[in-house]
Design a protein around this ligand. Structure first.
Ligand code: ASP
Length: 410
């Protein structure tokens, strides 16, 4: 019986069935998509309370601000290093493979990029991290604002006298555990959810433009594959001396969810559960590293920003100087930090990088429109890379804090 199989096999069957429905029974793809929508809403329902209770529990449990500072520095160092490695890989591949050379934009095939909302400047993104109203941050799904408030609140708890401190830490810990139980329940229905998500996503993909931008897609896909299959596992091995396959096996469920939802934020509950239950990382480290990672650490997105802008420049016959390419590297890093963990957020942030090298022209925007048409499959892969890097970060940092990773088969 299907439900006797392990969860990840059930999810695979759900994905395959979703693809079959989209191809052979397109009339049913719409109603099936509704199942995906219900599943996504369930996941999104737990994100805000899960992040909040988890961070408050984790931070108030750390207690010592020095430990917190050390964790913070390590986390940032890891996130910046992996994102930069990903960007340099994207830069190298785009220069070698030259996906934009000889591109001809067939008239009428471009889609207007106007429908994409432009992001604010980098400074604006940073300032907006401080929520003027934390309740509104929670209701608007402003994750960075929520993280900021939860960090400060958790820290404040550590300064309370013992009685109220224990009262709050016990209460938040209990609430966090209840959220984890809800998360596990929602993940049980993932096979049905991904069935709907894949059926819905495949049926709305514009197929005709794939040929035109095939080389660009291949370049990005190859970069993502190398980062996922070589760089991240090598880094994991170097820093923990453990077999990366153990980690990848333990993270299979969140990877599948990242692929089906194209959203690091929606995947966060599953990532936290897998890192803690299948990887043995403490709640203290996981609750600090993962929510932050889901919003600011996006290796796949960073690689894509860089390769995407080089593709646009090449297509327009613009030769970027070394100085300009360095600018692309730096702004791609900032754009990936600023991108939200939701579908196609990375594509929107590409405007920041284009702007930095004065490529904000109508011709460039037409190409962004073309990239939008084929964004979904790339988004699926880059989201998998994004959450894999977060989970490795949690494992590496836990290891460096003296924790032993206890991997178990999910
Ligand atoms: N969808 C990606 C994520 O949630 C962000 C992106 O569009 O690159 O991680």
């Amino acid at each position: 019986m299907i439900w006797k199989l392990k969860l990840h096999w059930q999810v695979f069957i759900g994905m395959g069935a979703g693809a079959l429905v989209a191809i052979f029974l397109p009339d049913f793809a719409g109603p099936a998509g509704k199942l995906g929508e219900i599943f996504l809403r369930l996941l999104r329902m737990v994100i805000v309370p899960l992040i909040f209770t988890s961070i408050v529990t984790g931070i108030s449990g750390i207690g010592d601000p020095r430990t917190l500072g050390r964790l913070g520095l390590k986390t940032l160092a890891y996130y910046i290093t992996t994102s930069l490695l990903a960007i340099l890989l994207g830069l190298g591949l785009a220069n070698i493979l030259q996906p934009g050379r000889g591109m001809e934009v067939a008239p009428g095939s471009e889609i207007s990029a106007d429908e994409l909302e432009r992001p604010g400047s980098v400074a604006e993104v940073l300032i907006r991290m401080i929520p003027a109203n934390p309740v509104r941050a929670a209701t608007d799904g402003d994750i960075l604002g929520l993280i900021f408030f939860a960090l400060v609140f958790g820290l404040a708890i550590t300064f309370l006298p013992e009685r109220p401190r224990t009262f709050l830490t016990d209460g938040f810990k209990a609430a966090f555990e209840a959220m984890m139980i809800m998360t596990s329940g929602i993940i049980r229905v993932a096979p049905i959810g991904v069935f709907g998500l894949i059926a819905g996503a495949l049926s709305t993909m514009g197929l005709s433009v794939f040929e035109q931008v095939g080389k660009y897609m291949l370049t990005v896909a190859l970069g993502l594959l190398l980062h996922f299959g070589v760089i991240l596992p090598a880094l994991f091995f170097l820093l923990t001396r453990r077999n990366p396959l153990e980690h990848y096996r333990a993270m299979f469920a969140p990877m599948q969810l990242a692929f089906s939802t194209s959203s690091s934020s929606a995947t966060l509950p599953a990532t936290m559960r897998a890192v803690e239950t299948n990887g043995g990382v403490s709640n203290k480290v996981a609750s600090f590293v993962l929510p932050l990672g889901a919003t600011i650490n996006m290796d796949g997105t960073a690689l894509y920003e860089c390769a995407g802008v080089l593709f646009i420049a090449q297509s327009l016959g613009v030769d970027l100087t070394v100085g300009q390419q360095i600018l692309v590297v730096v702004t791609a890093l900032l754009a990936s930090i600023g991108a939200a963990g939701i579908p196609s957020a990375g594509l929107v942030m590409i405007f920041i990088v284009l702007d930095a090298v004065n490529l904000d022209t109508p011709a460039a925007f037409a190409l962004v429109g073309l990239m939008l048409a084929v964004d979904r499959p790339l988004d699926m892969f880059r989201t998998v890379v994004n959450i894999t890097s977060d989970s490795i970060g949690a494992a590496v940092i836990a290891h460096s804090e003296g924790e032993t990773l206890h991997y178990r088969d999910p």
